[in-house]
Design a protein around this ligand. Sequence first.
Ligand code: SF4
Length: 358
Amino acid sequence: MDSLRINKIVADNGLPKFRKGQLTKAFFSEAVDSFNEITTFSKDLREKLTEQENVLTVTLHKLYSSTAKNAHKALLKLEDGKLIETVLLNPKPGLWTTCISSQIGCALACDFCATGTMGWIRNLTSEEITDQVLFWRFFMKQELKDIQLNNVVYMGMGEPLHNKKEVFKSLDELMNPDTFNMGARHLSVSTVGLLPAMKELTDKYPQVNLAISFHAPNDEIRLGMMPINKPYPIDKLLEGIAYHLDKTNRKIFIEYILLDGKNDSEANAFELGRKLKTLGKKHLIHINLIVYNKTDKDLEATSRDQAQLFKRKIEEQGLSITIRKNLGRDIHGACGQLALKEPNSVKATRSSIEEILK
Ligand code: SF4
């Protein structure tokens, strides 16, 4: 459900304009999850709309909740039967963040990523993207009696900027004061660095947080992990980051997944720090170290001690860094793992990076 569909429901059913406000209030302010519960509507109208429409474009297929109840992961079924994953996290009391998907599968085939092994299947529509947020608001109302969802991060299945058009529409909807009414600073987009689209994101949405999947200190290692490094090597990526920093003067988040023996040495930490310092705005750079969740690939997570050493070597260079808290490890898994395990999960054939970027 989004503002466009509400307009369509009102127009298609010849409803008076004030019904639009009632529908919007019910779904977005009160997290009412069915037409049948909209008490300002007559019984006939409620039944007619229930017959005619689903409130969400997604339905719950499976839900996994951590024992500490601070992480919930949902496998959602779309109207064409395909599955996506979305996560709700509660990193501290009163703070709720959802991580949402933007594509089914992903074409970019990063080495360490379960979603990447599926190939690209299709882009999500803007409504399918924002419905993940609405799904969690409905969930929160039922399970937690609270609908205050604070942050949305585009870090689930897919590369958001490979689905730029629908992702930008979904950002507009999340910031729409009539519906989700979220501030841009509560939204974050994570990208491997599709540079033209990244620049457009910076220009159009300077207040939206940008996270860069950096993951390696040099081209040789990065290319071995991320095919996207071929068209967009680290020098170009740094140019894109510099553009963002100049334009927004806002903090940028550098995501770095630690893989044992691959990118986690002291030398790697020095090289990463040195490269990032060339940007010249140390106070605007924050590095998030990510603990690897094992996929079927032949990769291992870095030990806790080595992660601490890597962190120290970055700090010694005057950069800010944290090891991301791994909430709900018992349910979380790497993004894409749950969808892949489903019996009818689909895999696409691979395209080359050049074809993808056409
Ligand atoms: S890490 Fe992101 S861009 Fe890379 S394959 Fe996975 S979903 Fe795609």
